[in-house]
Design a protein around this ligand. Structure first.
Ligand code: 13P
Length: 281
């Protein structure tokens, strides 16, 4: 089956000491790059759509139908998870589920913990009744995403155990030092807390803000049961750099076919390197 859930692909990856990448989409070229990469390597890929990008990309149903059509056109046979990233509201998560997303994240990290638990629980009840998986977040992953800036708030292990038990989420994102967007200085991941989380939880964890994290740190995070690793910024940098380089080499170029194809290949190159880091190829 083309669409799978996080539960179907991530625990298996963790058992194989690997992780499944989430590649966020920002336009048609990102989706094409995912289809070509999935076909070339026959690996599972999580397609991430941030809540704030849904309308810009055409809405939940449009996104699902576009991916259906492209997967059919590319004859994709490897599993895809269509996942709402940082869902900001219960309503938005339900709309994504109703439109055919196979997974959602409810991000209640800005709420007081008991409110985060109550809201996440409601999303889990709805999602699980439709066979859809849910990722929850505790602490606060800082940085910049879709133009929104946030500070980091470290997650606490006991709070994480309580959150997972009460909500029944399938995966947990805990803020442990990674941030969205480009890092100011070196990333400083809290591996001692990661270790404690991995020993206390039976579900896999999610690493947000993976762009810019070194190979050794990513492998260490994977060894501490981070079975889903999220990439957005580096894909966008790959896209932008190939376009800039192309215009430096051919300042008079205007053929969209060349520009779009080259920028899609820039995204694909980053995807391939991330599949290697995730131990999938
Ligand atoms: P980056 O900004 O580091 O690529 O992180 C993406 C992410 O975590 C999406 O949720």
């Amino acid at each position: 089956m083309l669409y799978q859930t996080l539960k179907e692909v991530v625990p298996q990856a963790v058992n194989n000491c690997s992780a499944v990448p989430q590649f966020n989409i920002n336009g048609y070229s990102w989706i094409e790059a995912i289809m070509e990469t999935a076909n070339q390597y026959k690996v599972p890929i999580i397609i991430g759509v941030t809540d704030r990008n849904v309308e810009r990309l055409g809405g939940y149903r449009f996104i699902r139908e576009l991916i259906d059509l492209l997967a059919n056109r590319y004859d994709v046979t490897s599993p895809l998870v269509l996942h709402l990233d940082h869902g900001q509201s219960i309503k938005g998560c339900k709309s994504a589920i109703d439109a055919g997303f196979s997974s959602v994240m409810f991000d209640g990290s800005s709420l007081p913990i008991e409110e985060n638990i109550a809201s996440t629980k409601e999303v889990v009840a709805y999602a699980h009744s439709k066979g859809v998986t849910v990722e929850g977040e505790i602490g606060g992953i800082g940085g910049v995403e879709d133009g929104v800036v946030g500070g980091i708030k470290f997650a606490d292990v006991d709070e994480g155990i309580h959150f997972v038990k009460e909500t029944g989420v399938d995966l947990l994102a805990a803020a442990l030092g990674s941030v969205h967007g480009e890092y100011q200085g070196e990333p400083d991941l809290q591996f001692d807390i990661m270790d404690a989380f991995s020993q206390s939880l039976e579900i896999p964890m999610v690493l947000h803000g993976a762009s810019g994290i070194s190979e050794s740190d990513l492998k260490k995070a994977i060894s501490f049961h981070h079975g889903k690793i999220n990439f957005n910024t580096e894909l966008n940098i790959g896209w932008a750099c190939t376009v800039k380089d192309l215009f430096v080499e051919y300042p008079n170029l205007y053929d969209p076919k060349v520009i779009l194809n080259t920028s899609k290949n820039g995204i694909k190159q980053v995807m391939e390197s991330k599949l290697k880091l995730c131990n999938l190829i």
